[in-house]
Each structure stands twice: as structure tokens, then as C-alpha cells.
Design a protein around this ligand. Structure first.
Ligand SMILES: [Zn+2]
Length: 151
């Protein structure tokens, strides 16, 4: 993934810290490659099941441009989308999703053959980007499971 997008995704993760939401962030790029929308996980911040980073990024953009058709846009996200988000992304007609790290637990690749799905999913990270984000996730879940080590 291009460094500028990776850095923007990493910065957006900081918005999840206060609410202790799982650190996931998403960007939507317009056809020129400009960041048109940013979203992050706010499930716990808002106590809303559907407030995943991808859906928040989609809603920010559809509200802004007053259109539900995002077929000219690309979605970048830190973690492979879950089935709910993949369904929402599909509703917007986005054709390409790029993610940094595979989600073995919730990622859609476990539920569908990657060749049968559209929009296309593409893992798009350098080994260093993957390591960096994986470490953020591991640290988050380590703290969650062992809160006594937070201090
Ligand atoms: Zn999701």
C-alpha cells in the first residue's frame, strides 16, 4: 500500500483509543486517488453493532456526496472486511477493496472463494506495514485480555 495511505490509516486508528474500540480504520479514495472519506471503528464509542470502520467510511462519503453509488471509488482498510462490511461495500458498487492484514476470525475469505466474489479483495501491504498493524492489533487484544498490565 502507498505510504501516504498507510500513514493516514495509522493516524485514524488513534481515534479508537479513548473508547477502547478494536483499532480498525478505513479510507475511501476517489478516482484521482484523493482521500474522500475516513472511518474508524466506533462500535463501543456509540454502542452500535454496525459502526465498523468500513461502514462508517461509506456513510461519511454517501452523506457528503448524496449518492449511494460509489462505483468510481476504492476502499482501503487495515483489516480484511467482515461479512457485514463486505455486504455494505457491495451495496455501494465499489469495485476494489485493499486491506493490510487478513482476519482469520471474521474475514470473508473464510466464507467465500476469493475468485467468486465481487468487488475484488486484494491484500495490499508490505511486510513492514503488515507487521506494524499486526503489532497494534496484538497489543490491543493483549491489553483487553490482561487489563492488569495496562499501567
Ligand atoms: Zn466489518
Amino acid at each position: 500500500m502507498e505510504d501516504q495511505y498507510f500513514e493516514t490509516l495509522m493516524k485514524a486508528l488513534k481515534n479508537t483509543e479513548k473508547s477502547e474500540d478494536v483499532p480498525v480504520s478505513s479510507l475511501i479514495l476517489d478516482p484521482q486517488g484523493n482521500v474522500a472519506s475516513i472511518g474508524w471503528n466506533t462500535r463501543q464509542a456509540n454502542w452500535e453493532i454496525s459502526n465498523h470502520a468500513e461502514i462508517n467510511a461509506l456513510n461519511n462519503l454517501t452523506t457528503k456526496i448524496k449518492s449511494l453509488n460509489l462505483d468510481q471509488y476504492t476502499l482501503l482498510t487495515t483489516l480484511e472486511p467482515c461479512q457485514m462490511c463486505y455486504g455494505a461495500i457491495k451495496q455501494t458498487k465499489i469495485k476494489q477493496i485493499k486491506y493490510l492484514v487478513t482476519s482469520d476470525k471474521y474475514g470473508i475469505h473464510n466464507h467465500f472463494s476469493i475468485n467468486d466474489i465481487s468487488p475484488k479483495l486484494q491484500k495490499n501491504s508490505t511486510p513492514e506495514q503488515e507487521r506494524q498493524y499486526q503489532e497494534i492489533l496484538e497489543t490491543f487484544f493483549k491489553k483487553l485480555r490482561h487489563p492488569e498490565n495496562n499501567n
